[in-house]
Each structure stands twice: as C-alpha cells, then as structure tokens.
Write a protein of this length. Structure first.
Length: 215
C-alpha cells in the first residue's frame, strides 16, 4: 500500500518594502510517476532523494508546481491533488505543515502546471509533499529517495503536526518553482522582507502547511 497525507492552509503576512526583489529562481523535485497511490493520503519526500525535494538555504516564495498525469498502469486518470510543504520536527516521523495549495484537478494525462496566486513562503530545509485524493493516481515514481505518508480523510492545516508512517523508497510526482525573497536590514536594524507581486495580485499573502504519507 502507498501512503499519502493531508493538507491544511494558513495565510501568513509578508512585510513589503520598496525596492526590487531578487529574481533568482530554482526548481526542486521531479514531475512524473508510474506508481499508483492510495487515497486520501498525505506524503512527504525525505532529504535523501535525487533530485532534491528540499528547499535550499534562505527564504523563498513557492510560486508554481507541476505533476504529470496518466503514467500508471491504471491508464489515463485525472487527479485531485494539493501541493504540501512540510517541516521536520524533533520527533521522528512527525512533520509540521508549512503550507498547502488549493485543491486542483489535473488533466487525464500529460504535464500539468499550477500557478499560485498566493505563493507559499518557505525556508531552507522545508520538504515538498503532496496530498492525493484520487485512488490510483500515479503520485510516485521508482527512485532512490524515501517517502513518508499518512492516510487521513481530513486535510492538514498550516502549523499542524502529523505523525507519518515509516518510509518507502520512491520519488514524488511533484516539482516546484521557488523565487528567492531578498532580506535587507532597515535603518532601525529591523529585518524586513522585500517581495514582488504579479500585476494585480497582492504581495502580502502566503500559505503554511503540515505532515503526509504515500502508499
């Protein structure tokens, strides 16, 4: 059985100051899967995966994510999914949700990319995760990397901690694009955050999330 877990959403304020933000972007994770997953399940990718599913050092905005549908033996199948971001705690198998995306439905096959109107603010060491709500969606691929998951009918909410099951070897079918957030010290010595918003989109929203599991 493959384990998957749950997602919750919390909105966090971002301090916006005048001035340009860094345009540096990175991509973590990998889209593509052939292993059918259980449902409803929350999953998190561990740090030993190649490519990495871990946010690099610094503060970032997660602006978009991708998954590839239709790759399993179950044939073409649209998936109901949510991107999750998890943070490790001092307790083994316990993860705290940093953020979660809105629920989306993929096409029955092919690459699906979803832009986040409210980027998820993440920091170095956070891990990509996925909540799968469609039985047999190909949410994993064979690969060298541990995945932990938990089956739960209720989505997690940002700040919530969940305990996952022991890991299995696979790679999550999820890829995310991160944009670095530039930090500057103002004249008072206070730390401020400069962010950039897309035209017509407020620049002060972010999402936070907790633990998952694949099956």
């Amino acid at each position: 059985m493959r384990f998957v877990h749950f997602v919750g959403v919390v909105v966090a304020a971002v301090v916006v100051v005048a001035g340009p933000a860094s345009a540096e972007t990175v991509t973590i994770g990998q889209a593509g899967g052939s292993l059918a997953c259980n449902s409803p399940i929350d999953l998190v990718q561990l740090a030993n995966a190649t490519p990495s599913y871990v946010v690099p050092a610094g503060t970032w905005k997660l602006t978009s994510w991708s998954t590839i549908a239709g790759g399993s033996s179950a044939g073409p199948l649209a998936g109901n999914l949510q991107l999750e971001v998890w943070r490790a705690t001092a307790t083994p198998l316990a993860w705290q949700l940093v953020g979660i995306s809105p629920l989306v439905t993929t096409s029955a096959s092919g690459l699906n990319t979803f832009q986040l109107s409210s980027p998820i603010v993440v920091r170095g060491g956070d891990h990509l995760g996925l909540r799968n709500l469609t039985l047999n969606y190909p949410c994993e691929a064979p690969g060298a990397g541990g995945i932990e998951g938990t089956i739960n009918p209720t989505a997690p909410v940002p700040g919530e901690t969940r305990v996952f099951g022991a890991s299995s070897s696979a790679l999550l079918n999820v890829r995310a694009t991160l944009e670095r957030v530039k930090h500057d010290d103002d004249d008072d010595g206070r730390r401020t955050t400069t962010t950039t918003a897309s035209p017509g989109v407020p620049a002060a929203t972010a999402v936070v999330v907790d633990p998952h599991f694949t099956g």
